[in-house]
Design a protein around this ligand. Sequence first.
Ligand code: F6R
Length: 593
Amino acid sequence: MCGIVGCILKDKEKHVAPILLECVKNLDYRGYDSVGIATIDGKIYVKKDKGKIPEVDEKLNLADMPGNFGIAHVRWPSTGIANKVNAHPQLDEGNGIAVVHNGSLKNYNELKGELVADGFKFKSTTDTEVIPHLIRKYINEGLDLEHAFRKTIERLDGSYAIAVISKDENNKILATRHQSPLKIGISDDAYFISSDVPAIIEYTRNIILPSEGEIIILDENGVTVHDEYDNEVKKEICVIPWTAQMASKGDHPYYMIKEILEQDKAVEFTLGERDNIQKIIDDLGNIKNICFVACGTSYHASLTGKYLIQHFAKIKTDVVLASEFKYSADTLDEETLVVFISQSGETLDSINALRIAKETSPTLAIVNTEGSAMTEEAKYTIVTQAGPEKGVAATKTYIAQLTAIYLFTALLTKNHDLIKELDKVPNYIREVLEKSEEIEVLSKRYSFAEDLFYLGRGFSYPVALEGALKLKEISLIHAEGYASGELKHGPLALINHRVPVIVILPPGTDYDDTMTNLEEVKSRKAIILSICAEGDNKAECKSKDIFTINPEVNEIIAPLVYTVPLQLLAYYVTLEKGHDPDKPENLAKVITV
Ligand code: F6R
C-alpha cells in the first residue's frame, strides 16, 4: 500500500523536509516503488520520482526543500504503473494544490471524464489526480480550501487517507480518512498526520485517532477536527506504548531478523493479556460456533485456531478467507463468535468482512495495532503485544497471534495445563534462536531449489502453509504447503530428486502418519529436511538434513515453536539469493485496497 505523512512545524524559520524524509523512511514498509515530498514557501516545491527512497534521495536530495510544512508519500501502485509522473504528490494544473493519497478510488474514471469535459488536463494515470483537480474546480466556483476539500471528498467513492496543501491558503494541511488508516501526532514543536505510528514515533507518542469522514486541519496553532456537519469534535490524546527504539532496526541488517529474534518476548508480553481475554470470555455468554476470518499469514494463525478450539473446546469452528467471507455470511447468527485476525488491523478485505459479520454476530478482533480500524469496528479486541513490525513478512506478529489464540482457548476451557505449557514457550523459542546458525548453513544447501514442498499434518498443517508462504514471498522461490496426507492425491507427481521437501515432524499422535508420508516422498528421491525433536533417530535416518527442537514441544504446542526455524530458513535463503527480505517484490505491509 502507500503511506502518507504531513507535518507542520511551529517555528516558521525551520525546514520540514528533513523531518518528512525521516518519516517516509520509517513508513517505507507500506510502499517502496516511488517517493515524493511537497513543501510550501510562497509556492509549492515538489520533489518526487520512481525508486526506493535512498535512490531517489541520492538523485534529488529530498531534505533540501524550503518551508516549515509539507506532505510526503511512499507508493505501492494500485492504479497506474510506478513512474515519476504517477508518484505522489499529485498536483492541479497550476501547481497550486498538492495531494498525497493512500487508498483506491472506484469512481475515478467517471470523475476524470467529468473533469476532462470541464477542460482539466491530466498528466498521470493515477486515480489520485482527480482530487487536486476537483478541489481546484470547487475553489474556482468560489469555495475556500476547506469547503472545496469537503465537497471533493463527498464525490469520492473508495478508500482514502488524504492530505492536501495549497499555496493560496499557505498556513494549513487538510486531511481526512475513509477506510484507510490515518493518525494525528502532537509534539511540543510540530503537528503530524501519518498513515501509521512508526513513521512519527521518533517525534511523538501522543496520538489522536481520527474517525472516518472527520476533517482534520493542522496549522501552526494546533490541530482541529470537525465532523461531517462541520461541528468541532474534541478528541482524546492517547500515549502509544511503542518507542522509537522498538520501531528501529538497531544493529540488525534487516527488520525481519530483528523481529524473528524478538519472538520470545512477543509471546511473553502477549501472555500478559490474560485478564483482558478472561473479561472477554466472561462477557461472551453462550457461543455455539466460532468462525475465524483473516488473510495470508493471519489466515494460517486462524487455521491453527480451528484445530485448537475444536480439540479443546469441542466448538464447531470454521475458517474463512476475508476476501471470500461474503459467501458465508448468511450462515452466521448471534451464537457464532466471528474472530478477525490481523496484525495491522487495517486490511480492507478483513474490515469489509467485519462490517458484514457485526450485523448478526458478536465479533472479536485480534490485532497488533492499538487504535487500528478493526478495533473501532469489533465488539471485543485483543491487542497482541509483539510491538511494531516493519518487515513486510509477518513473523513476530504471527507468533503473537498464535499466543493470543492459545491463551483464549486455554482460558475458555479452563485448561491450566495448557497455560503452563504456554509459559514455557518463550524458552523453547530462545533455544531455537540460539541455533539459528544451523539454519544459515542449511539455507546454502536449499537455496538452489526452484520448487519446495512443506508437509505437515493436524496442528502442523498450518505450520507447513506458513513456512511455504514465508519462503515464497521473500525468496521468490515457488513453495507449497500441503497437508501431508493430501500429497498422494496429486502433487506427489511433482516430487523428484530436484525437489526439497520440508517435513514438520513434532512428537505426538500424528507422528507415525507423517512419517509414512515422509517415506512416500523419500521413495520419489526428494531431498528431505525434517524439523523434528532432538533424539528423533528415525527422522535422522530417513532425512538428508534435520533441525531439532526440544522434545518437550509436542504437536499441540508445535506451531508456536516449529514455525521459527522455517522463518529463519526463509530469511537466510532470501539473503543467499541476493534479495531484500524486508521488501519483497510487489508486496506491501498493509493491504488497504
Ligand atoms: C505475509 C503477510 C501477509 C499478511 C496479510 C494480512 O507475511 O504478512 O500475508 O498476513 O496481508 O495482513 P494483516 O494480518 O495485517 O491483516
